[in-house]
Design a protein. Structure first.
Length: 75
């Protein structure tokens, strides 16, 4: 099943190639078109890392031990 991060990973090269090609078709030089397209890819990466960042699913499997129980140690 594809998720959000699979789409982001797929969109990075597609956006660089597509935006570069569109800007080249519009008459922008290659040395300007590629960095502009890379800014969009950096935006995708930043969104995936910071706005919709991966989080651990913290679901406890059993209740935590009570703090009232004495702790025995060999020391």
């Amino acid at each position: 099943m594809t998720g959000y991060y699979d789409y982001v990973l797929g969109l990075i090269p597609v956006s660089v190639a597509g935006i570069s090609a569109a800007l080249l078709g519009a008459g922008i030089t290659l040395t300007v078109a590629v960095p502009v397209a890379l800014l969009f890819a950096i935006g995708l990466i930043g969104h995936a890392m910071f706005v919709n960042g991966p989080v651990d699913d913290v679901t406890p499997t059993r209740p935590a031990a009570s703090q009232d129980t004495p702790q025995f140690s060999a020391d």
